[in-house]
Design a binder for this molecule. Structure first.
Ligand SMILES: Nc1ncnc2c1ncn2[C@@H]1O[C@H](COP(=O)(O)OP(=O)(O)O)[C@@H](O)[C@H]1O
Ligand SMILES: CC(=O)N[C@@H](CCC(=O)OP(=O)(O)O)C(=O)O
Length: 269
């Protein structure tokens, strides 16, 4: 699904961490501290966040019912401004505030700030939903060099300035591919992909395809595994799906001596 390309060279020692809306409200201090430790250790972090539950609440308040297809919210023109305002004005502001208050110098961004370009994913099926088409790695690098952690809301814009709703897993994957990040971490409310009640240690692309087809992987987990596969395909070497305890930290999905990535998605079992 990801078709992003980077305008500049890779960002060195870069790790993209996506925080799901499911997790944002109860983000632990331990997790924030783990981010701080990574920054202090010299990692270039890019944070991407979602906000599905906040969007659900805001739409419900307006009496708007939305549906999802393959975990992607079908977004009508009447929804898009609320979604943009919630993600940028509310969720992003809260997260950036929390990070700065915890001593992590951060700045809130979205596609409107030129860190990535986007266009319609498939307007007929999904409406006002975007996909990343280009990543401005240089802009990310300038911020990181200045000691500022980019915190990116999953809102894009067309070249004409029309806002687009982008699934946050899809965005994180596009950015990770665009900056050639060393890893992508998808932080959510489940310790990993579950099968028969157990969290599995690692899954192959074949497992993923099978488990989507038979319903073991459904809903919001679908964009996550798709994001993971897209990233690996684009050369990002480690992808982890985890809760905010980050128990196993990141597991490399590829032998660094190989030039082609092994397609494995590691989960935090
Ligand atoms: N096989 C699976 N293992 C674990 N969770 C799954 C699986 N299939 C679907 N899910 C669902 O995916 C959810 C995580 O996706 P989502 O709610 O979109 O989280 P986030 O807001 O963090 O992106 C889990 O809470 C669970 O309900
Ligand atoms: C197009 C699309 O699906 N957009 C998502 C954006 C928020 C998101 O991805 O939030 P989570 O990380 O909490 O899932 C949505 O409208 O819910």
């Amino acid at each position: 699904m990801t078709t992003s390309k980077s305008t500049q060279a890779i960002v060195p020692n870069c790790h993209v961490i996506k925080i799901g809306g499911s997790t944002l409200a109860n983000l632990s201090q331990a997790f924030i501290k783990s981010l701080k430790r990574r920054v202090e250790a010299g990692q270039n972090l890019i944070i991407v966040h979602g906000g599905g539950p906040d969007i659900n609440n805001a739409l419900a308040e307006q009496g708007i019912v939305s549906e999802t297809v393959n975990g992607i919210r079908v977004t009508t023109p009447e929804m898009i401004h609320t979604i943009r305002n919630i993600l940028i004005g509310d969720v992003n502001a809260r997260l950036v505030g929390k990070m700065n208050a915890s001593g992590i110098s951060s700045a809130g961004l979205s596609g409107f700030d030129g860190v990535f370009a986007s266009n319609y994913l498939d307007q007929e099926t999904y409406g006002e939903v975007g996909v990343v088409t280009e990543v401005n790695a240089k802009k990310f690098q300038l911020l990181l060099k200045a000691g500022i952690i980019p915190v990116v809301a999953c809102v894009g814009t067309t070249i004409e300035g029309t806002p687009l709703n982008i699934n946050a897993d899809t965005l994180a994957s596009g950015i990770a591919a665009g900056v050639q990040a060393e890893s992508l971490l998808l932080v959510t409310d489940t310790p990993g992909i579950k099968k028969d009640g157990e969290t599995v240690r690692s899954v192959s692309e074949q497992d993923i395809r099978k488990w989507i087809a038979n319903g073991i992987i459904y809903g919001g987990m679908i964009p996550k595994v798709q994001a993971a596969l897209d990233c690996l395909e684009a050369g990002v070497r480690a992808v982890q799906i985890t809760d905010d305890t980050l128990m196993g930290t990141t597991v490399k999905a590829v032998n660094p001596l190989l030039t082609r990535p092994i397609k494995e998605v590691h989960t935090n079992a």
